[in-house]
Design a protein around this ligand. Structure first.
Ligand SMILES: Cc1ncc(COP(=O)(O)O)c(C=O)c1O
Length: 426
């Protein structure tokens, strides 16, 4: 398994191999040109790229959905060349599909990654990465307030193969440094679930490199629009594409983006056999979601921050957990997602508050168009014996809000009304 970092390449150069395959279907020359305009902001240019698919056949404005399980060959020789690995022609949709490949190109450009893989869920991307990198007897270092099912994967599945995990406060760089020697993977999620604590990605990436540890960040919360872990030296980025990349609450999907040697290793040695790959139809929905990702992120950034500030001044609220309300000199965020939490004041009746809300629907997940509320006491109550929230002390008085695309003043009125209804005077 590769552990040494290869020299970082610029995204467009390193994508040239993958581009070959897609060139069969799309004209991608404009993307190269955009990426090479050095006087332009590369991030802004990659957003332009999200809205340009110069697909030639019939002048289609959107990439076609290759709804096929397999791709046939015109001759024995053509098939033989593909099997020898001398052609990039698509073979079988569990391995490669042109619609999925079009999505991977865009994810690589957005994250500044060399290569990418797409999966049928975010947790499939996480489990493929972790299971593909570990060997019996390995050790993992992971942030303590990680996504609950990541915690369960590490605690319930990896331990069965003799792989142990030490959970650390990721905001404490010295604590991570102490835990790292001898580890195989450094698993980060910045900001974390429930408490939204950031990690110093650049410092931790450097530490991981020094110790020959593969670093991986769950970047679902910020999306590639507001955080670029690979540019900070992190090896792999994972996404629950179910969230902002889809953006419409109609897809469950995941992605891994990063170093080509690691992605090649995971592709050849794990992903093909675990089989949780993304379908062409869902890849097409994600390509649609990506077109509006920068616009939607701008909206949830502004609305989320506005509501977090207003809540922090409210008498029924003890404390708000939002990275935008903290001073953090090591922050890598250039903007904020719409997900944050607050601790209810002692007098607030949490069930009454949730039931009084009109626009914030009770629901898990986040990243779509609709605002959501998730009380920690329900989540913790159902968590069973393996819960990061229980083990690392998330308060049952915590309420998580996801601020969607609705009008922010309607959302504030909704929150104010529900806070009043759930207070002793309500
Ligand atoms: C931060 C984070 N990572 C990963 C996941 C898992 O993604 P999925 O539900 O797409 O499997 C989630 C799901 O809520 C999440 O919140």
């Amino acid at each position: 398994m590769p552990t040494q970092k290869t020299k970082a390449k610029s995204a467009p150069d390193s994508l040239s191999f993958e581009f070959g395959r897609v060139c069969l279907y799309y004209s991608i020359l404009p993307f190269y040109e955009i990426a090479h305009m050095s006087e332009k902001d590369p991030a802004a240019s990659s957003h332009t790229y999200l809205n340009h698919d110069s697909y030639h056949a019939e002048g289609a404005a959107s990439p076609p959905i290759y709804q096929t399980s397999l791709f046939t060959f015109g001759s024995y020789e053509e098939m033989e060349v593909r099997f020898k690995g001398q052609s990039d022609r698509a073979l079988y949709s569990r391995i490669d599909n042109p619609t999925v490949t079009a999505l991977l190109q865009k994810l690589c450009l957005l994250e500044g990654g060399e290569k990418a893989l797409a999966f049928s869920s975010g947790i499939a991307a996480i489990s493929n990465a972790v299971l593909g990198l570990i060997r019996t007897g390995d050790h993992i270092v992971c942030v303590n307030h990680c996504y609950p099912d990541t915690y369960r994967l590490l605690q319930l599945v990896c331990t069965r193969f003799g792989v142990t995990t030490e959970f650390v406060n990721g905001s404490d760089t010295a604590a991570v440094a102490k835990a790292l020697p001898g580890a195989r993977i450094l698993y980060l999620e910045s900001p974390t679930s429930w408490l939204f604590q950031e990690q110093d990605l650049r410092a931790l990436a450097q530490l991981a490199q020094t110790h020959g540890v593969v670093s991986l960040v769950d970047n679902s919360w910020a999306s590639p629009i507001y955080q670029q872990p690979l540019a900070a030296g992190i090896d792999l980025v994972v996404h629950s594409a179910t969230k902002y990349i889809s953006g419409h609450s109609d897809v469950v999907a995941g992605a891994l983006v990063g170093r080509a040697d690691l992605i090649n290793h995971l592709s050849a040695e794990t992903a093909a056999y675990l089989g949780a790959k993304l379908s062409a139809h869902e890849a097409s929905l994600l390509l649609r979601g990506l077109r509006t990702l920068p616009l939607r992120m701008e909206r949830v950034h502004l609305s989320g921050l506005t509501l977090a500030k207003q809540l922090s001044d409210h008498s029924s609220v003890k404390h708000v957990n939002h990275p935008g309300l903290r001073v953090n000199p090591h922050s890598h965020l250039t903007g904020y997602g719409g997900l944050f939490s607050f601790e209810a004041g002692d007098a607030l009746d949490i069930p009454r508050f949730c039931n009084a809300l009109e626009f914030f629907k009770l629901g898990v997940s986040w990243g779509g168009h609709e605002s959501l509320v998730m009380p920690a006491e329900i989540s913790i109550g159902q968590a069973g014996s393996c819960s990061a929230a229980v083990d690392f002390g998330v308060s049952p008085r915590l309420i998580r809000l996801y601020v969607g695309l609705e009008d922010v003043s309607d959302l504030w009125e909704d929150l104010e009304r529900a806070l009043f209804a759930a207070s002793p005077h309500g």
